[in-house]
Design a protein around this ligand. Structure first.
Ligand code: ADP
Ligand code: ZN
Length: 602
């Protein structure tokens, strides 16, 4: 049974109905002063686990956080809830520091966010000791581990916390699920008999789709169109792809902005801020974009290329739908990316930039994500099983496989035979582009000069668009029937396995996007049911104006889930409004009248 005082404060301050199962246990551990290690995926609700207990104990919790942007976001949200939270980092002014010290001495301060470097300053540590601080929350705790994907040397200093605060309870939070990282966190922090709480890695509100990459630009435009006016991140593998795609989108009047490590820091910050403030909705980026993106209403994450591991994929898609509403994760797959990643890893090994262990691990990660993308198992199931969890439901009703978005190509074996024979007819001396030209029966100078218009395979697949043939050829490479090889440029060759297919002894499976079109995931249908979309837009405008007046991002004022509920219920009184998700006492007093007049006027 949940502690009634916890439920009360959750409703009154946060406007939430109930805790998620693991949050309840994590909060119990904090209130019972037992060390804990809490593992929840991005969007799983880790912050509430350390934000709530100090509201009950009246004590101060010190939160260690790796990024200033993460701290600022949390401090802003907490202050909007009427909680005394502050941050101490390189941006804090002398006046703010003085106020902070005073609030701490007067015992009104509940949450203090600091960067790990602060703990290296003796005077500051003495100050915390003098205050009698006895609870520390370590956010993004995997940063302490060499095994993690995001090691930060400053985090090593946290090992000394146990010596300086022997009585304190330490609570570590992370989204990294691997066993070795977990063990390392507990060891480095010297956690004492910690309550290890591992949440589910399934994100039921996300729908996952892996589609053959046939026409990347059109496929991208389709996703954007489906989410018109909503926020999304488009990930590309290389900076060059980011720049090209951004330019193509902008040419079509879409306000997409580029983000990658090759851009000036000021430009990157500007894009990040515009996205947070909702003045820009679409960012095209490499993996460099994401840390510190807390915008909760991201409605789609599109991967135009294969991520380099399932961990990356889980983290990048995890940025979508943090507000618990439905979100779309689309991965455009081509076996070409597997080859690209392998060559990137091999090149870095050849240049001496990577140890053999690293190379082996990287290749392993690439194989894993490749297997995931080509797999025929429900995506939700495949993902949680990868993270060592069982998946109980027979169907997720929210992935390409369960929804039947992709179907088998009829007559795939014959198509494969035509492609393979064409590779043989051109003497295994040409690349993909030329083989496609011949199969499509194109009348180019090159085809004519080489006499390839007289081959028996010329024009054999003339009815199929280029993108489709390219995709099929990559599927054959993925099946190990064709390989790309060559000194100067990649040339298509048959593998030993191809003979069986040419002799008609083996079947081939090819997939394509289902002709009947895309079906909506269950969560997507439900969450818009009964919502007055026009009112929803007016509420968004109200929220955006208020946010800009207050200098905070809109999602900190109120989440999309609350706006949709208001636009569904059309409350006429403060009493009715108080029932809405995310509306606690402070928000009701602060925003209540404003919201009611928007509802009345629409
Ligand atoms: P994490 O830090 O684990 O990535 P957050 O703490 O940012 O996740 O929480 C993700 C989202 O879930 C936030 O929008 C938060 O308001 C919401 N949330 C957290 N706990 C609850 C709850 N018990 N009920 C409803 N919403 C919640
Ligand atoms: Zn599924």
């Amino acid at each position: 049974m949940p502690d009634p005082r916890v439920t009360e404060i959750l409703r009154r301050t946060w406007g939430f109905e109930s805790l998620r199962p693991l949050q309840e246990r994590a909060i119990d551990a904090a209130l019972g002063r037992r060390d804990s290690l809490v593992v929840l995926p991005t969007g799983g609700g880790k912050s509430l686990c350390y934000q709530l207990p100090p509201q009950l104990t009246g004590e101060l919790t010190v939160v260690i956080s790796p990024l200033i942007s993460l701290m600022k976001d949390q401090v802003d949200s907490l202050r909007e809830l009427g909680i005394d939270a502050r941050e101490l980092n390189s941006t804090t002014t002398a006046v703010q520091k003085r106020d902070l010290v005073q609030a701490a001495r007067e015992r009104s301060l509940r949450l203090l966010f600091i960067s790990p470097e602060r703990l290296a300053a003796d005077r500051f540590v003495d100050f915390l000791a003098e205050l009698g601080v006895r609870t520390f929350a370590i956010d993004e705790a995997h940063c302490i581990s060499h095994w993690g994907h995001d090691f930060r040397p400053e985090y090593r200093q946290l090992g000394a916390l146990r010596d300086r605060f022997p009585e304190a309870a330490l609570h570590a939070y992370t989204a990294t699920a691997t066993e070795s990282v977990r063990r390392d966190i507990a060891a480095q922090l010297r956690l004492r008999d910690p309550d290890v709480l591992i949440g589910t890695f399934d994100r039921a509100n996300l729908s996952y789709r892996v589609l053959p990459r046939v026409e990347p630009l059109n496929q991208t435009l389709e996703v954007i169109e489906r989410h018109s006016g909503e926020a999304g991140i488009i990930y590309c593998i290389r900076k060059k792809d980011v720049d090209e795609l951004t330019a193509s989108l902008r040419k079509r009047g879409i306000d997409a902005r580029a983000y990658h490590a090759g851009l000036a820091p000021a430009a990157r910050t500007a894009t990040q801020n515009a996205f947070a403030e909702e003045s820009c909705n679409i960012v095209v980026a490499t993996v460099a974009f994401g840390m510190g993106i807390d915008r909760s209403n991201i409605r789609f994450v599109l991967h135009t290329g294969l991520p380099k591991s399932i961990e990356h994929y889980q983290q990048e898609t995890g940025r979508a739908g943090r507000d618990g509403l439905e979100a779309d994760c689309v991965l455009l797959y081509s076996a070409a990316d597997v080859l690209l990643w392998r060559s990137i890893v091999e090149r870095s090994a050849a240049e001496g930039g990577a140890t053999p262990d690293y190379v082996r691990a990287s290749l392993h990660h690439i194989d894993d994500i490749d297997r995931y993308a080509r797999g025929a198992v429900c995506r939700h199931r495949a993902l949680v099983q990868y993270f060592g969890e069982e998946y109980a439901k027979p169907s997720c009703a929210a992935c390409d496989l369960c929804l039947g978005d992709v179907e088998e190509v009829a007559g795939a074996t014959v198509i494969a035979q035509k492609i393979l024979s064409c590779v043989v007819r051109v003497d295994q001396r040409f690349g993909i582009g030329h083989v496609i030209s011949v199969l499509r029966g194109e009348e180019t100078d090159r085809v004519r000069k080489l006499g390839h218009d007289r081959l028996s395979t010329y024009g054999l697949l003339a009815d199929h668009p280029q993108g489709e043939l390219r995709d099929w050829i990559y599927q054959l490479i993925g099946h190990g029937l064709l390989a790309q090889d060559g000194e100067q440029y990649p040339v298509l060759k048959l593998t030993a396995g191809a003979r069986g297919v040419l002799r008609g002894e083996e079947e081939v499976r090819l997939v394509q996007i289902a002709r009947k079109g895309r079906r909506k995931a269950k969560a997507e249908r439900e969450s818009w049911e009964g919502v007055d979309e026009k009112l929803f837009e007016s509420l968004r405008k109200f929220r955006r104006e208020l946010a800009s007046a207050r200098g905070v991002p809109p999602y900190i004022i109120l989440g999309d889930r609350s706006l949709r509920e208001i636009a569904r219920l059309r409350p006429h009184s403060l009493g009715e409004l108080a029932e809405v998700f995310g509306i606690g006492e402070v928000k009701l007093a602060d925003l209540g009248q404003g919201i009611l007049s928007v509802v009345a006027g629409s």
